[in-house]
Ligand binder design. Structure first.
Ligand code: FEO
Ligand code: CA
Ligand code: CA
Ligand code: CA
Length: 656
């Protein structure tokens, strides 16, 4: 008999209007609840958030941190193990990327006699990292945190981590903490995420460089290769973010944020000169086993990792990981495992990570003007990655992965407009990548085919370069994710609806789907693409947002040039297949999205509402926890980053 074809995927909600309200706005027919906000306890003994900064630093080892970001839902079986198809109970893993320190303490953050008070510095540190928290579906369709679950835990910049892969045990990771270079402390600035086919969570370390103190006087104490590396990664702050290194210390919890060579006559195991090398990795966490230390997967390279998306696995084929490096003019990478996928590893947890993430080949992308592209291999001894390389003396694969940016410079990869999240379409296998914006495109970075927009002073806003960003996509040769060549086009150029359609709003976006600075990007299992924004260019008109899309394929609607409308036809984005699902509260970013396997609940993170304010001038009071879709009447409420859950009043699937 002929198989019944799958019904065509169609969006089925009314687009949400742009707005500047201090609420979460969702389509008619949907309910919203706050699930897990800054300071919320994840056990039964930690007191509730008090809205006065009285929470202790130590208590944040059992509370939600700040700046919720990338996130994955893992179904939880009654046996406490991963149950991929379970929707009513799950472990939610989410990142706490950064802090709005103005709202964490009883008063403004302070410095006393040139030092940060220990309790303030430790609280700020503990508000970074990851939460692993059990959640349970309620009869309404909403979810609630299960504070009694013993799998609940916080991972912070002080949690012990193991190094695995090419850089583990190398001289680059030797610190006073571990002369063997096999262990380090903490994960930091955790941005986007990954969900492995073996039931673990990947958290990605993005803007870690600025946390370290390393004044320019340190250069004279270093080898030229070390200076080249630290300079390329931007480790050059004279104080370090939040000046944590100034807090008085007995166990190096704070002094380790000082990456200066303290005594040139001594070796790297006497200070924390190499501590910056211990960050910038993809980190693997087992949500179902609290006794295993998280594992830093160094074979995947060190950069400002945005996220790590794994292509759907196939038995007998390598496992492939896509990764953006979010900074202006940085690159997009992929890692191809040496071992072929064996379905028996689907329950192996971190052991499977050891199998597929420690050995393999790292590649960086080059986009050609004719719509083709190449993956350039970053292996020691290949493509000139040798000790005599003019950019950096590569002496081993450890040197290559620690200095992945320098290796990518050396092989001539394409400098992109800030690569953020990658997402793989679950049915077509095509890969999408947000390029959030680049004010320096057209100046420090000449335009190229994949990063073609450079405009100035649109509507008198003094916008320069590519202020609104775009989403590029590619199809690997023969549909094989391990291929070394691909074809690409641009899925959409973000823009304001009334911008010039010949050079700015070239995708003809309209009021129901215009956007700026796409960042978060994720395909749900049905193939709906979720796009989240982190914008500075459109915030005079609207708060940040999330859109849903049903996309086509490379070549059927996208384009590789912006100057001819006629190549941009067919299934180009219209409100029928791309529309706004959510607008967030004042000064927030929308980032982090996951769903239950039954597609009936969607979890979204609201990051840093009210981030431009402080205790004497609060600019957002979101959320009113009882109803995050109404303006909070408590005008002394501190704004809080939070995970929200959205579900339909009629109990049906989201967005269709
Ligand atoms: Fe943490 Fe590039 O966003
Ligand atoms: Ca981001
Ligand atoms: Ca961003
Ligand atoms: Ca942010």
């Amino acid at each position: 008999s002929t198989p019944i074809p799958e019904p065509e995927l169609k969006l089925g909600f009314t687009p949400v209007a742009k707005n500047l309200n201090d609420v979460v706005t969702v389509p008619t027919g949907y309910d919203v609840a706050v699930l897990y906000a800054l300071g919320d306890a994840l056990n039964t003994t930690t007191p509730a958030w008090a809205n006065d900064g009285s929470e202790t630093a130590e208590s944040y080892e059992f509370r939600a941190g700040d700046h919720h970001d990338g996130m994955s839902f893992f179904g939880l079986g009654n046996d406490g193990k991963w149950s991929p198809n379970t929707s009513d109970k799950g472990m939610l893993c989410l990142n706490h990327e950064n802090i709005t320190s103005a709202f964490l303490h009883t008063a403004a953050p302070s410095t006393v006699d040139g030092k940060r008070p220990i309790n303030e510095a430790l609280k700020e540190i503990n508000c970074h990292g990851v939460s692993v928290v059990a959640i349970t579906r309620q009869t309404s369709g909403s979810f609630a945190v299960d504070k009694t679950n013993t799998l609940n835990r916080r991972i912070t910049p002080n949690t012990v981590m193991e190094f695995h892969g090419a850089a583990a045990g190398s001289r680059f990771l030797v610190t006073k903490y571990d002369a063997k270079a096999k262990k380090g402390r903490g994960t930091l600035n955790n941005c986007a995420n990954g969900y492995t086919p073996w039931g673990t969570y990947l958290t990605c370390e993005e803007n870690w460089a600025g946390y370290f103190k390393r004044p320019s006087t340190d250069n004279s104490l270093r080898t030229s290769a070390d200076v080249a590396s630290l300079t390329r990664y931007g480790v050059s702050s004279s104080t370090g973010a939040n000046a944590w290194s100034t807090a008085s210390d007995t166990d190096d919890r704070f002094t380790r944020w000082n990456a200066t060579v303290l005594d040139a006559a001594k070796t790297a195991d006497t200070d924390f000169r190499n501590e910056p090398n211990t960050f910038g990795w993809v980190v693997e966490i087992d949500p179902f086993n609290t006794s295993n230390a998280p594992r830093k997967r160094t074979a995947l390279g060190r950069f400002a990792h945005e996220g790590c998306e794994i292509a759907p696995v196939k038995v007998g084929k390598p496992v492939v990981f896509y990764m953006g490096d979010d900074s202006r003019g940085e690159y997009v990478y992929k890692f191809v495992s040496a071992k072929m996928w064996d379905a028996a590893d689907a329950t192996a947890g971190l052991t499977a990570g050891d199998t597929y993430m420690n050995e393999g080949k790292l590649y960086v992308a080059k986009f050609n003007a004719d719509g083709t592209g190449k993956w350039l291999e970053l292996s020691y001894g290949v493509n000139g990655l040798l000790p005599d390389n003019a950019i950096y003396p590569f002496t081993s694969q450890a040197a290559v992965v620690v200095n992945a940016r320098l290796a990518a410079d050396s092989v001539g990869a394409t400098k992109m407009d800030r690569p953020e999240w990658t997402a793989v379409h679950p049915k077509t296998g095509e890969v999408y990548l947000t390029l959030t914006n680049n004010s320096n495109r057209g100046s420090s970075y000449p335009v190229d085919a994949a990063n073609p927009r450079n405009y100035t002073d649109e509507d008198g806003k003094k916008a320069k370069g590519n202020p609104n960003g775009h989403i590029i996509r590619w199809k690997e040769k023969d549909g094989e994710h391990s291929a070394v060549s691909f074809t690409w086009d641009v899925y959409v150029f973000a823009a304001e609806e009334d911008a010039d359609k010949s050079k700015i709003n070239v995708s003809n976006l309209t009021s129901g789907n215009d956007m700026s600075s796409p960042d978060g990007l994720w395909f749900d299992s049905r193939g709906i693409l979720w796009i989240q924004t982190d914008d500075g260019a459109y915030t005079d008109i609207t708060n940040c947002m999330m859109l849903a899309a049903v996309t086509g394929k490379v070549g059927d609607g996208g384009k590789t040039t912006i100057d001819t409308q006629d190549t941009f036809k067919g299934k180009n984005p219209t409100e029928e297949n791309l529309r706004r699902f959510l607008v967030g509260p004042v000064q927030c970013e929308i980032t982090g999205v996951t769903m239950t396997p039954d597609n009936k609940a969607i979890f979204v993170n609201i990051q840093h509402p009210g981030e431009d304010g402080n205790l004497t001038s609060i600019s957002s009071n979101w959320p009113d926890v009882a109803n995050p879709t109404v303006v909070n009447s408590n005008k002394t409420a501190r704004p809080r980053s939070a995970t929200i859950v959205i579900y339909r009043k009629d109990g049906k699937e989201i967005a269709v």
